[in-house]
Design a protein around this ligand. Structure first.
Ligand SMILES: NC(=O)c1ccc[n+]([C@@H]2O[C@H](COP(=O)([O-])OP(=O)(O)OC[C@H]3O[C@@H](n4cnc5c(N)ncnc54)[C@H](OP(=O)(O)O)[C@@H]3O)[C@@H](O)[C@H]2O)c1
Length: 265
């Protein structure tokens, strides 16, 4: 056994793919989701953990620590898509998005750190998004949750360096997963000034996800990061154009970048 890995949100998509891949590579993997009984998994242990509930986070960590006495790697993968014009997105939905994509991952990270510090080593990987690097119409709240996690990752990387705990952000472009089915979706009135534009944009976003690659590419990258002695702080993974958009934002005049992005998405 190469080490104990905890992956949040491992019942489907990217988390599941990473969990299965790392199990194959002889890691002891614990994945989490809200209702493990719904899923059939064989290669790793799928535990119940609602990331928005502190008690649930504590119980999950206690269970793993009782069994293994350590957590070597935490992969903060849990997350949901969020769509809607900002003006029409309810505060309830905004808070829920931040609870799942940000506040919960921060809490589970805080609770893993003392154990990693005690072990004198650890690795924390945040699955963010290329959308964490720029705002985009009708995905502003999602972008905000993901860029927040990018900043948390950068900060923790510095704060935890002296304890030999490494922190890495992995920002994927679109991948074919079940993300559309769990999306926090703002449904808007046909009379809304945003209606046509929003529908078009949603259709494009869904097409990008449905036509994207399987998340195995991310699982392979995560394995490479784990095996690397000195991983980078930031990684991007996915279609060239989606990864390159981050570079384009840096080098193009801002209004030109905005125009290109509005045409693409
Ligand atoms: N797919 C993409 O194109 C893409 C692109 C960039 C970044 N990402 C990021 O990659 C991560 C994984 O997304 P995915 O595409 O694999 O989505 P997915 O297939 O919908 O998987 C999401 C996972 O999160 C879990 N989850 C959702 N809400 C939860 C909660 N409150 N408590 C505990 N678990 C919860 C789900 O479990 P249950 O519903 O079974 O509880 C599921 O295991 C997310 O952070 C996402 O933002 C995805």
């Amino acid at each position: 056994m190469k080490g104990v890995v905890l992956i949040t949100g491992a019942s489907s998509g990217i988390g599941r793919s990473i969990a299965e891949y790392l199990s194959e590579k002889k890691f002891k993997v614990y994945g989490t989701c809200r209702n493990p009984k719904k899923y059939v998994v064989s290669s790793f242990d799928l535990l119940k953990c609602d990331i928005t509930n502190n008690k649930s986070i504590i119980e999950t960590l206690e269970y793993i620590l009782l069994k293994e006495d350590k957590i070597d790697i935490l992969i903060n993968n849990v997350g949901v898509g969020v769509s809607g014009p900002i003006e029409e997105t309810t505060q309830k939905d905004i808070l829920e998005a931040f609870r799942i994509n940000c506040f919960g991952p921060i809490e589970i990270t805080k609770k893993c750190i003392p154990h990693m510090r005690h072990q004198k080593k650890g690795l924390i990987i945040n699955i963010t998004s290329v959308l964490g690097y720029f705002g985009n119409s009708y995905r502003g709240i999602y972008s905000a949750t993901k860029s927040s996690m990018e900043m948390i990752g950068e900060t923790l990387s510095m704060e935890l360096k002296k304890f030999n705990i490494k922190v890495v952000n992995v920002a994927p472009g679109d991948f074919k997963t079940d993300i559309i089915t769990r999306r926090i979706y703002t449904s808007i009135d046909k009379e809304s000034v945003y209606y046509d534009d929003y529908q078009k944009s949603l259709n494009k976003a869904d097409t990008h996800v449905n036509n994207a690659s399987s998340p195995e590419m991310i699982a392979k990258l995560i394995f490479k990061i784990i095996m690397s002695k000195n991983p980078k702080i930031h990684y991007t993974v996915g279609k060239f154009i989606q990864k390159f958009s981050i570079v384009l934002k840096k080098i193009l005049p801002q209004r030109l970048f905005e125009k290109l992005l509005m045409n693409y998405s």
